[in-house]
Write a protein that binds this ligand. Structure first.
Ligand code: SAH
Length: 351
């Protein structure tokens, strides 16, 4: 018996229509499907036993035919700045991390889209993990729901923003990420405004164009880090396949199609992109479409090649960008002491 493979279907892979049809096929009322759907998505039920308005026999029937592959927050670490990092256990035993970032006025959830990552950014801890698989829409959605609950219990307020800036490359798990956003924004889910969601990509031109065609209402960020091909290829080797010219073309397409500006994420490292030619190249890149630049602090991942540039260089970037009327924000890291900051997610606590 023990060796028999569990062939039960993940009930959350079914849409509301599927569920309604399924119950009609079983000779029940379609309404049963609505009830279960609500338990699964609005009320976050982890087991069929939680579905108290269903009869015992319906619950047993469901248990026989389906599973609920819910995530489990296995471990939580709290930073001195209030940031919380969650080790999220998936139904097959794999782990990803998610982060809750509170500020005085808002709570942001930073979620993962893949287990590991297939890109190989030299400065990112997640890149050292093998990409194991894509997350399902419900596994992404669950991370957001868990952080919404944490925000309610720690700060007495709901989650206000979601960023796809955890582990993985969201545009390489396109369909599932889009489905998760539909749930996060949908009235059958959290009902959040898409304007409060940002998807960050390292720059997959074909997928940026596809996303533009799909008419998203959420924000797009691009991890740029250098606007000079040779330099970008050194620190983000996949830039060889997706050079800046292709990214620029995709960004133009994005702007022509959606009319919304893009945020460029940029870290400045000593001896890598701390020269005037780097600033000039960035300013030029910023003229391709309307944009905003977030200069983010480098979070150390124990690699001697990378070191945060001096403050005077950051000031030079800020000054030149502003002189060219480009919006620039200098971002401080959050959660560094628990390895929860950008680029530090690597399942350290769960290994
Ligand atoms: N793969 C997507 C989503 C990850 S977002 C992307 O690349 O955009 C994580 C952000 O943190 C990216 O902007 C990434 O370039 C940046 N990052 C990675 N390692 C970092 C580090 N050590 N310090 C600061 N930022 C880092």
């Amino acid at each position: 018996m023990e060796n028999l493979k569990d062939t039960r279907k993940d009930i959350r892979s079914l849409t509301l229509e599927h569920l309604r049809d399924y119950f009609v096929e079983q000779g029940e009322k379609a309404f049963r499907g609505n009830q279960i759907y609500e338990w699964l998505w609005k009320k976050g039920a982890h087991s069929f036993d939680d579905m108290t308005n269903l009869s015992m026999s319906t619950r047993e029937f469901l248990e026989e035919h389906f599973v609920i592959n819910h995530i489990r927050v296995d471990d939580m670490q709290r930073s001195s700045d209030g940031t919380i990092k969650n080790a999220v256990k998936l139904h097959d035993g794999l782990t990803v991390e998610s982060v809750m970032i509170p500020t005085p006025t808002r709570t942001t959830a930073c979620v993962s889209s893949q287990v590991g990552c297939s890109l190989n950014c030299e400065f990112c801890a997640t890149a050292r993990l093998k990409r194991m698989r894509n997350l399902n829409p419900d596994e992404i959605y669950d991370q957001v729901v868990a952080i919404d609950q944490q925000s309610r219990s720690y700060y007495n307020r709901p989650l206000s923003n979601v960023v796809f800036m955890g582990m993985g490359e969201p545009l390489m798990n396109y369909n599932n990420v889009i489905k998760s956003i539909e749930k996060i924004t949908g009235n059958d889910g959290l009902g959040m405004s898409p304007k409060r969601i940002t998807l960050s990509t390292s720059g997959v031109p074909k997928m940026i164009k596809k996303l533009a065609d799909d008419g998203p209402k959420f924000n797009l960020a691009l991890s740029l880090h250098s606007a000079i091909d040779e330099k970008r290829t050194k620190i983000m080797p996949f830039n060889e396949q997706f050079p800046l010219a292709d990214i620029k073309e995709a960004l133009k397409y994005w702007y022509d199609t959606t009319g919304t500006r893009v945020t460029y994420e940029y870290v400045v490292w000593k001896g890598i992109n701390d020269q005037m030619e780097d600033v000039d190249a960035l300013v030029k890149f910023c003229k391709v479409i309307p944009c905003k630049v977030n200069i983010i602090e480098y979070n150390s991942i124990d690699d001697a090649r990378f070191e945060q540039a001096d403050q005077s260089v950051i000031d030079m970037y800020e000054h030149e960008l502003e002189r060219n009327r480009i919006v620039v924000n200098i971002r401080r890291s959050r959660g560094k002491d628990i390895d929860a900051a950008c680029g530090q997610l690597a399942n350290k606590s769960s290994q």
